[in-house]
Design a protein around this ligand. Sequence first.
Ligand SMILES: *Cc1c(COP(=O)(O)O)cnc(C)c1O
Length: 362
Amino acid sequence: MGEVRYNFSAGPAPLPAPVRDRIRDELDDFAGSGQSILELPFSAQPFRDLIARAERDLRELLDISADYAVLFLQGGASAQFALLPLNLLGGNACADYIETGYWSRKAIAEATRVMQAHIAASSAATGFDRVPEVGRWTVTPGAAYLHITSNETADGVEYPWTPILRRVPLVADMSSNFLTRPIDVSCYGVIYASAQKNIGVAGLTVLLVRRDLLGRAHSFVPAVFDYTRQADAASLLNTPPIFAVYVAGLAFEWLKNSGGVRAMEEASLRKSAILYRAIDSSEGFYRCPVLNEFRSRVSVCFRLADELLTERFLDEAQDQGLLNLKGHSKLGGVRASLYNAMPEEGAAALAGFMADFANRWG
Ligand SMILES: *Cc1c(COP(=O)(O)O)cnc(C)c1O
């Protein structure tokens, strides 16, 4: 048992095998320079070329227009929770948030330390099983922006559509579903994502910002976290996370060679359907509380009806090479992350194990 292993970690998550191979092959000699990428000056031409190419490939993958700056930042998505209001508030008094689960609550809690975060809609009353209907959002006139979490990584809830807002810029934390489907970037003011889920390795946050939203940063924002200053410096205001940018560049190349975001979306629909079918056909042995329409393609969260069996489920899965299926530490249960690097065989193997386990313990 356990020769083939599938890693369902929510983050840091598995890299595509070709990306890992490239890292290994190139570690001592980057692009014929005779030096390791880890030891090159970030201001030297080879690294400048690398970060420029990564940006170009990302722009191509998501069809990002010149109206947007692409920033390579540090601090993770969590740093952005407080940096968003510091950069975007300008003269406005507040910003709106849609509360859909664990990560949006984190974003709200951090923003509240800086300003008044108004919850324009929440699905807390129904246990975070959906995205609240847009028609019922109470958007504040004059809000600096409205923030959504496009995929609630811990709760397994994903936006099936993009909200269209007329007057308020839309800001999205896409940490866990960035590059897993096509998006219309022009619907957003800001999109941001930690790298360790679908982009590469920890240490990098990719942030897209519409240029008309620049120039609003509070005077005490640290320069390296000031979107405008980093945009002006092409993200080279200080030493960028070189290795993480390098890996992101490799991942963008891999994505382009693998059919781009359209192919990733199709694969994610197939992979998640396999698992939701396993849950729904288990006659209540497994249950996913999220309403069908909002079930995440990339974070499949479920519980065993008999919670006492969860630990056994996780142990046996691990023994069979199905790794890191434990749900979020605050929420429990089981979570299978199906990011771009997870092959369909991984989902099928997990579904097979789920049926077998339910047969034996149901
Ligand atoms: C993982 C995650 C974060 C936190 O990312 P860090 O890099 O640990 O700060 C924030 N939001 C979402 C939706 C996530 O999935």
